[in-house]
Design a protein around this ligand. Structure first.
Ligand SMILES: [Zn+2]
Length: 257
């Protein structure tokens, strides 16, 4: 059984808030992405566990909206913490790599290393369901650190053939294949839009953002600038563009190769 406990941390970047999940098999319960340290949220998770037996806490990645409650909650529940590796406010007892499994009751969760959003990002497969953390969200696109790795990780999860996605933010997604394909198409389209913008004369990251992210809220412009920079790093690796870093990221000069 899968239960969701929504953390009370809604924002531009977290949508309605972080989804914490409880996965149960018999009386065993595994907690996935406990979220930020918020006392009421910790209490809500403990209450959802009820009189069942907590067996562990797994974390998709070490961002502040996913991982920091893991260690304090593990102390409260006396269970081990599982994750790819240490991060800010996060120290796993057990390090997971691609292919690692975590048992609960008669079931197990399979770790799938999906770098791109962050280099330490894991998705977790349980039967036909994939817990996607911030690799795939419902209702918004994802901020990424590495566009090459991210796209490769999208192809990887597409090829798993799961039918349902449970994201770190937003509602569950029933047509997994269609959602993943949409994410891949969106990435390739962004890449194409950037090349077109440069071809048509946009010479800096700032002007590319003006063309590609028309009407973006002011609060997200900084993120958009950084995302174009990340995408340009991939396009430069692919041999499509070259760029010279500016004093500010926005002023980075871009040319076609
Ligand atoms: Zn994240």
């Amino acid at each position: 059984m899968i239960e969701r406990v929504l953390a009370p941390n809604p924002s531009l970047y977290t949508g309605p808030g972080t989804n914490s999940y409880l996965l149960s098999s018999g009386t065993d319960v595994l907690i996935l992405d406990p979220g930020p340290v918020i006392e009421t949220h910790a209490a809500a998770i403990v209450q959802a566990v009820g009189d069942r037996r907590p067996v562990g806490i797994v974390v998709t990645h070490t961002h502040p909206d996913h991982a920091p409650l893991a260690n304090p909650l593990a102390l409260t529940l006396d269970v081990p913490v599982f994750g790819f590796g240490p991060g800010p406010d996060f120290l796993p007892d057990v390090s997971l790599v691609d292919g690692s499994t975590v048992s609960f009751g008669a079931d197990e969760l399979l770790a799938v290393h999906t770098p791109g959003h962050t280099s330490d990002h894991l998705c977790f497969r349980h039967a036909d369901t994939l817990f996607t953390g911030d690799h795939i969200m419902e209702g918004s696109t994802v901020i990424i650190e590495d566009a090459t790795a991210y796209l490769d990780s999208l192809y990887l999860v597409r090829d798993l053939g799961v039918t349902r996605l449970e994201p770190g933010h937003g509602a569950g997604i029933d047509d997994a294949g269609a959602a993943i394909t949409e994410y891949i198409d969106h990435r390739l389209e962004r890449e194409r839009q950037i090349v077109v913008a440069v071809t048509e004369g946009a010479g800096t990251i700032g002007t590319i953002v003006d063309v590609v992210y028309v009407g973006i809220p002011a609060g997200l412009r900084h993120a958009a600038v950084h995302q174009v920079g990340v995408q340009l790093t991939k396009l430069s690796r692919d041999g499509a563009v070259s760029f010279t870093l500016g004093a500010a990221e926005e002023e980075t000069e871009v040319r076609l190769r």
